[in-house]
Ligand binder design. Sequence first.
Ligand code: ARG
Length: 470
Amino acid sequence: MSKDTNASANPAAKLWGGRFSEATDAFVERFTASVSFDQRMAMEDIQGSLAHAQMLSEVGVLTAEEYEQIAGGLQDIAGEIEAGQFPWEVALEDVHMNIEARLTQRIGATGKKLHTGRSRNDQVATDIRLWLRGRIDLIGAELTRLQTGLVDLAEREADTIMPGFTHLQSAQPVTFGHHLLAWNEMLTRDYERLMDCRKRVNRSPLGAAALAGTSYPIDRARTAELLGFDAPTENSLDSVSDRDFAIEFCAFAALLLTHLSRASEELVLWTSSQFDFIDLPDRFCTGSSIMPQKKNPDVPELVRGKTGRVNGHLVSLLTLMKSQPLAYNKDNQEDKEPLFDAADTALDCLRAFADMVPALEAKKENMLAAAAQGFSTATDLADYLVRKGVAFRDAHEIVGQSVSFAIERGADLAELSLQQLQQFSADIGEDVFEVLTLEGSVAARDHIGGTAPAQVRAACARAKKLIAAR
Ligand code: ARG
């Protein structure tokens, strides 16, 4: 049981206190308040109020003097907030009522006119969209920084040979540049998803008021324009209720983190002494308090781990929205913390990757040595036999026998003699050794999307063009 007593003896102290005869229970006051977290949208709230007040003055609902007074007061409040001097009060519930009450405190009765023709329901929907749009732009820029570094590295590593894997078993040789470009493709799709989401975020719900619109002669296109939105939203009920744009953003973030977690996993594997493919500079690693030899790849591990919380936020918001009747419900107050954290986490993880990727150092000899093991050119031998007229299935069988023979001798295919290879097929000639080399294998995959160094360079050029066109 709560030991709280009533917060305030005077119910009319609330901006909505008129019809209440007793004060809010102190626990309920804290339970229903959102100011501890929605004050993050304070600047967007002020921006929205400035546009609303300007529009009200333009349509004659406020006088020019009233607007000047309100705008001046809001700007002063913005200064107070920036200076960390704003007196946030839980009793005033949320960011909207804190700022509105402060305005009236500072400029007097005119402050009470700001809320004409709007509701907190369209106000909060506007604030979230403005806030999220700002985050989308920061995240887009960071994604671009990461991709720029990634494509540069891919270009530098266009000739570096490493094993390509399926089932995490050595499969066929690829170039390191080609592998990095695979990550880049994932991130390009993430960027496209983000920009697509932005279109639906960037619509103005302001003017939907509580749920049905308002009887004042408001100009919704004008506030949309003043706030840099593409257009007003179409339906007032939908405008104050649906948070699908936030869900979409979280879906983007979950996929982004999923992609970063895959790259992280590979970095963790590659920095292990078992693989030893890359060196991750010390500044991205930490040590162990007990094992002096350890250098742990904490940054990629943490990015991999943070994927869990972002996936969780997506599910939170989907569940929050599910079955909500029209229009606004207080449930929606729960949209902010998951959304804020998804955006913060996405931005931080991108920053970590954008800083880390250009600093990765490929250990080329180790990559090459690993590619030379595991019979990674076996497919090339089969393709060679096909070119000599052998059916692919027969070629597959011949190469399988050759591999088994080489395993028994602890040798690789390229280390067998011509006579040894010829026991399995008379079609094998002296020229077989060209296709058994790693360089020959990668260079042969010379088509769009293939791993040949020439194709990797061409793909880098295309990727750079795409990035430059953003
Ligand atoms: N703090 C509220 C939220 O985040 C603002 C809207 C409140 N509207 C209402 N009718 N109680 O959703």
